[in-house]
Ligand binder design. Structure first.
Ligand SMILES: [Zn+2]
Length: 136
């Protein structure tokens, strides 16, 4: 088994190899292949085509020698999905946290968690020190 590992390492030397994008695409490609095999007519062709595209892109990434560009893409990919994750975490927090309201600072855009006190208040943003009015 050690020999196999060494051979793999040699093969991927100077290449991007598997990364988070290829891992996710591998998981996406499996159901595509299954539908591609079992669906009849145009649907089967479309899914099989998508599966082949996924597979082609996975191999392209793993074998790419432009490791720098592939890593930049991977970073952008991870950033994008952490943004989506943060968005849903915030929505969940807004729903469950009954004692606070969440407002965006108009000058720097950061989310502020404010105590839920009825009326108009003047708020100072802790990040940019800008002051603005909120109505709760
Ligand atoms: Zn601010």
């Amino acid at each position: 088994m050690g020999g196999f590992r060494a051979k793999m390492a040699q093969f991927f030397y100077g290449r991007n190899g598997p990364d988070r994008i290829t891992t996710v695409l591998t998981w996406i490609s499996l159901p595509l292949a299954i539908v591609g095999i079992f669906a009849r007519g145009i649907v089967g062709y479309v899914f099989w085509g998508l599966y082949v595209l996924c597979l082609g892109y996975i191999f392209f990434r793993m074998l790419s020698r432009n490791v720098y560009a592939r890593q930049k893409e991977e970073q952008a990919f991870v950033r994008f999905f952490s943004k989506i994750g943060n968005f849903f975490r915030l929505q969940k927090r807004k729903l469950t946290d009954k004692d606070h309201v969440y407002r965006k600072c108009p000058s720097c855009g950061s989310q502020l968690r404010l105590p839920k006190k009825k009326g108009k208040h003047s708020v100072r943003c802790p990040r940019c020190r800008g002051e603005f009015q909120v109505k709760i």
